[in-house]
Design a protein around this ligand. Structure first.
Ligand code: IVH
Length: 668
């Protein structure tokens, strides 16, 4: 190939790769396989290696980091990157509109509402369609040049497409962020490597963008969404909504949840709906940004020194609050794990009064250096147990006593060991009342044996009065005995008695889960039950045999073997059997063609709801999980499939579109 031919081919390859990046990273709709894509990149790399002077900054080969910055160059923003005024109520939003009306009397206002993604604000400069610079917000006036690191973000185009690519200058602003799932994975990896985890996705994104070594940034998948034109020469836009649509055409990714709101009431409805959806978003968002749609009006309204007058941030209710630690207690779980927890001065967070927060384990207590009496920041997000985020610095902290994990079980006083390589200390006494209580609660829980009325108050008494020492004792309780418990009238005692009796027929999988064997969750219990068919056969199986079962492996097999090596456990199982607890697999009617298969659903389906799809899979013996892992068998992608599809591709998991899924489940 001579030089002109190489030049032409390079141009062609770059265009193709750019197109496929967009399909893959922005639209989630790839057209070619990963291998085909890699072949294009490889060919381009080889040509560029042969003609190094043809390498340009916007070449897709220049994404992968490797450049180590000395420090970041300062970038003075052409127009300052302002912050936003806040609204915390609907009244505040109405007042915002009233202010607009006073500034521009007689005018009507339309709005655009956007999720306020919690990440790192950046400004991207495109010159004639080529990304020439990316900068952080910094103090708003001067930011840092982080071009090398931003280039590693795959959803960020290095070159624009269509009409916007023609503009001499286009500066757009947006947010770099890390999806919750990626954040959790990153933290797990950091912890495994013995490094400090990030407190939240925003810090993780900021830490990654400001990495000196862009090779590290490249390994931490970040995303970007663009939400503002800050400068355009010439300026082709008339409304903000129109600008966002043109962004999309140009290959700039725009949040899929942006809405055009013709009236303030529409915007208010949007704010409330997004807040209700908050925990289900794939990224952290702390509010909604409401912007006046007409750019002419924006221009006339102008800005104060701090914020634009044409936009406002509606803040969701805070999920964090400060309070004081009254005491650090140590709980004992059903496996004997000692878990430190903070007893707090009650504080209201997002509508609930919080008086307890988990401290996870002793290492976490050391990392946070929390001490009794400390003022702390507590977070309550979604369904997760409230946790302590950090200690608020106070001079008194230094004179408070550091927390020391007890060496003995705080409940039964037995020695508590910390097995080598583990983060938790465990009470070794399996008859420890705290362990027995937790085991009973787990056994009776809805997903195990589902014993209604077997709550904490009842369990505490049963154990404290010595009526129940192990799971089998439950089935020997009588109505008169139960009726003697505090706050349990004859009728409730009968109800509980009947609930215990009914639980005998739950079947092997739920029984196995209920026994609380280490590493045996619901799914593993199902696999074990399906393979052995009965408790008897499971008891006879060796660890080696169990480890052979697909989905079990040596760690789980060892957990099972260890459990049944304890005579006490075997005795309990025998007594459960004698009491009439069913020890065979419960076989639900109908064929189970999807047994052992794991599915992840993403996007929307036209022929059924996501819930119906989930039910269908479960009925056919399959399982539906939330996150894609290497163990996922199929990702079923409907319309507007999200990041899970991307995860599937990366992990090499089979993906099915709706039609293929219907064929698989026999509905086509
Ligand atoms: S507009 C002058 N739109 O929130 C206009 N900002 O407090 C300001 N943010 O620093 C930017 N999502 O980093 C805008 N859809 C969105 C946003 C957004 C998140 C961040 C941004 C800014 C901060 C303002």
């Amino acid at each position: 190939m001579d030089r002109p031919q190489a030049e032409a081919r390079i141009r062609e390859l770059r265009q193709q790769i750019q197109h496929h990046d967009f399909r893959y990273y922005v639209e989630n709709r790839p057209e070619i396989t990963d291998a085909q894509y890699d072949a294009l990149v490889r060919e381009l790399r080889e040509l560029e290696a042969a003609y190094p002077d043809l390498v340009t900054a916007d070449s897709p080969t220049q994404r992968v980091g490797g450049v180590v910055a000395e420090g970041f160059a300062a970038v003075e923003h052409r127009t300052p990157m302002l912050s936003l005024g806040n609204a915390t109520s609907v009244e505040d939003l109405r007042e915002f509109e009233a202010r607009l009306g006073r500034a521009l009397p007689g005018e009507r206002f339309e709005y655009v509402a956007e999720p306020k993604v919690d990440g790192l604000g950046v400004a991207l400069l495109y010159e004639r369609g080529v990304l020439t610079r990316g900068a952080t917000r910094g103090d708003g006036r001067v930011g840092e040049d982080v071009t090398h690191n931003l280039r590693t973000i795959r959803s960020l185009p290095l070159r624009l497409r269509g009409p916007l690519a023609e503009l001499a200058v286009l500066e757009v602003r947006g947010e770099v962020f890390m999806r919750k799932e990626v954040f959790q994975r990153l933290n797990r990896e950091l912890e495994e490597a013995g490094e400090a985890p990030f407190a939240n996705p925003r810090n993780a994104a900021a830490g990654s963008v400001r990495q000196k070594d862009s090779g590290i940034t490249a390994k931490r998948p970040l995303d970007i969404i663009l939400y503002q034109v800050s400068h355009a020469e010439p300026n082709p836009f008339t409304t903000h909504w129109d600008a966002l649509q043109r962004f999309r055409e140009a290959g700039l990714s725009v949040n899929a949840r942006v809405r055009h709101c013709p009236t303030l009431d529409d915007a208010i409805t949007y704010c409330q709906a997004l807040e209700a959806e908050r925990e289900r978003l794939e990224y952290e968002a702390d509010g909604v940004v409401l912007k006046v749609n007409a750019l002419q009006q924006q221009h006339l309204l102008g800005s104060t020194t701090h914020h634009p007058r044409w936009a406002i941030a509606y803040k969701f209710r805070a999920r964090q609050a400060q309070t004081r630690i009254k005491r650090i207690l140590v709980n004992v779980g059903r496996t004997g794990a000692l878990t430190p927890a903070a007893e707090l001065e009650p504080v209201e967070i997002a509508g609930a009064t919080i008086s307890r927060a988990t401290l996870h384990n002793a290492d976490e207590v050391t990392r946070l250096d929390v001490r009794e009496g400390d003022l702390v920041l507590v977070e309550r997000a979604g369904d997760v147990i409230p946790h302590v985020i950090e200690v608020v610095p106070e001079p008194e902290h230094a004179v408070r006593a550091p927390f020391v994990m007890p060496e003995r079980c705080p409940v039964c006083g037995s020695q508590a060991h910390r097995p080598e390589g583990e983060v938790v200390r465990r009470c070794a006494n399996s008859a420890c009342p705290a362990q027995v209580k937790e085991r009973l609660l787990h056994f009776g829980s809805r997903r195990s044996m589902d014993i209604e009325h077997l709550g904490e108050a009842v369990v505490n008494q049963l154990v404290e009065k010595g009526l129940v020492k192990n799971l089998a004792d439950l089935y020997h309780l009588t109505v008169p005995t139960l009726a003697e418990l505090d706050r349990l009238a004859e009728k409730s005692a009968t109800n509980l008695y009947n609930a215990i009796r009914r639980s005998k027929d739950r079947g092997l999988p739920r029984l196995l889960f209920g026994l609380g064997i280490r590493h045996v969750g619901e799914h593993v219990a199902e696999i074990l039950a399906a393979h052995t068919g009965s408790m008897e056969r499971l008891l006879r199986a060796s660890a080696e045999e169990l480890a052979e079962i697909h989905g079990v492996g040596p760690r789980i097999a060892a957990g099972v073997a260890h459990f049944f090596a304890q005579e006490e456990n075997v005795r309990v199982v025998e007594r459960l059997k004698a009491a009439g607890v069913k020890m065979e697999e419960a076989v639900a009617p109908g064929p189970k063609p999807l047994a052992g298969k794991t599915f992840v659903l993403t996007g929307t389906f036209s022929s059924m709801s996501r819930d119906s799809a989930r039910d269908l899979i479960t009925r056919l013996g399959g399982r539906v999980t939330a996150a894609v892992s290497k163990k996922t068998d199929y990702v079923v992608a409907g319309k507007e499939a999200g990041s899970k599809l991307e995860d599937a591709r990366r992990l090499g998991v089979t993906t099915l579109d709706e039609a293929a899924f219907l064929v698989l489940v026999g509905k086509a």
